[in-house]
Design a protein around this ligand. Structure first.
Ligand SMILES: [Fe+2]
Ligand SMILES: [Fe+2]
Length: 280
C-alpha cells in the first residue's frame, strides 16, 4: 500500500456548538443512540490510548511509531471534543448523563475494573486486542456515517464533529491492529479481543441507551422498535454493521487496510469538509 494512503493527519478543530438548539432532523432513536455513543467515546478513547501506549516502546518500525503518536493525538482530540459537546449539549438537560459523569469523576468506571482485571490476571495484550477490535467497529460505523443522509442535514457543528471523528477513525483504523500484530500476531488473541469487545459493547451500549430513553418525554416505543429493526436489516444500518463487522474481523488473514473503498470515501469527504470548516 502506498504511504500516502496511510496518512494520519492530526487536526485541531475549534468548534463550539452554539449553532445547535435542537437535533430536529434526528428522530428519538437516532438522537438517543448518538447521545449514547458520544457519552461513551471519551472514556473509551482514553482506554484505547492507554492500551496502545503500554506497547509503544516495543515497536521498532519507525513508520508505526509515527502512526502511534498520531493515533494518540487524534484520540485525545476526539475525547476532548466529545466532552465539550456532552458538557455543552447533553448534560445540560439530562440527569442520567450528569449522574454518569459524576460517577466517572469519582473514579467509578466499569471500564477501569475490566482493564485492571485483564492487566493483572490475563494479559495487557488482551486490552490491546480489545482496542484493535473496537477500532475496527468504529471505522466500520464511520464509513456508514459518511454517507448517512440524516447526518448531512444536521446543524453544521454537529455534522462536522461526526465527519471529522469518522474521517480520523478511518485514517487510524490500522494502528492498534498493527501494534497488536507486532507484539502478538496470533489469531487467538485477535479473536479473543473481538469477542470481549463485542460482549462489552452489547452489555454497555443498550443499557445506557435504554436509561437515556427512559427520561425522554412521550416515547413511541413502537417507532423505536421499528428503527431498531431498520438499523438491523438495512445494508448500511448501524446495528447491522455491528454484525457484519464482527464476522469480517474474524476472517483469517483479515487486515484493516483491506477496505480501500472506505479510505477513498474518507478522503473525498475530507476534501469536501475542508471547504466547509478549517479541519482538513
Ligand atoms: Fe476516536
Ligand atoms: Fe479510534
Amino acid at each position: 500500500m502506498p504511504n500516502e494512503a496511510k496518512t494520519i493527519t492530526v487536526r485541531n478543530p475549534k468548534w463550539d456548538f452554539a449553532d445547535i438548539d435542537n437535533l430536529g432532523t434526528m428522530d428519538t432513536f437516532m438522537r438517543t443512540l448518538w447521545y449514547t455513543l458520544s457519552l461513551v467515546f471519551p472514556e473509551g478513547e482514553r482506554y484505547f490510548i492507554r492500551s496502545v501506549k503500554r506497547y509503544q516502546d516495543q515497536i521498532t518500525d519507525p513508520q508505526l511509531q509515527k502512526e502511534i503518536k498520531a493515533f494518540i493525538a487524534q484520540e485525545t482530540q476526539h475525547g476532548r471534543m466529545h466532552e465539550k459537546f456532552n458538557d455543552e449539549f447533553i448534560l445540560e438537560n439530562n440527569e442520567i448523563a450528569r449522574a454518569r459523569k459524576q460517577q466517572e469523576e469519582q473514579g467509578r468506571k466499569p471500564l477501569w475494573v475490566i482493564e485492571s482485571f485483564f492487566n493483572k490476571y490475563v494479559s495487557p495484550k488482551l486490552n490491546l486486542a480489545v482496542t484493535a477490535a473496537a477500532e475496527h467497529y468504529t471505522a466500520t460505523w464511520a464509513i456508514n456515517a459518511l454517507d448517512d443522509e440524516r447526518i448531512k442535514n444536521l446543524p453544521s457543528s454537529l455534522r462536522n464533529l461526526i465527519y471529522w471523528h469518522a474521517i480520523e477513525e478511518i485514517e487510524h483504523r490500522h494502528v492498534a491492529f498493527n501494534v497488536l500484530n507486532a507484539v502478538d500476531g496470533s489469531y487467538a488473541m485477535r479473536a479473543a479481543g473481538m469477542l470481549v469487545e463485542s460482549v462489552m459493547m452489547s452489555a454497555s451500549l443498550p443499557t445506557l441507551f435504554m436509561r437515556l430513553l427512559s427520561r425522554e418525554p412521550n416515547v413511541d416505543y413502537l417507532a423505536i422498535l421499528r428503527s431498531a429493526v431498520k438499523e438491523s436489516t438495512d445494508e448500511k444500518g448501524l446495528i447491522r454493521s455491528f454484525f457484519t463487522g464482527f464476522w469480517t474481523y474474524l476472517r483469517p488473514g483479515f487486515h484493516p487496510d483491506d477496505d480501500q473503498k472506505g479510505r477513498e470515501r474518507a478522503r473525498e469527504i475530507t476534501l469536501e469538509l475542508g471547504k466547509l470548516v478549517n479541519v482538513a
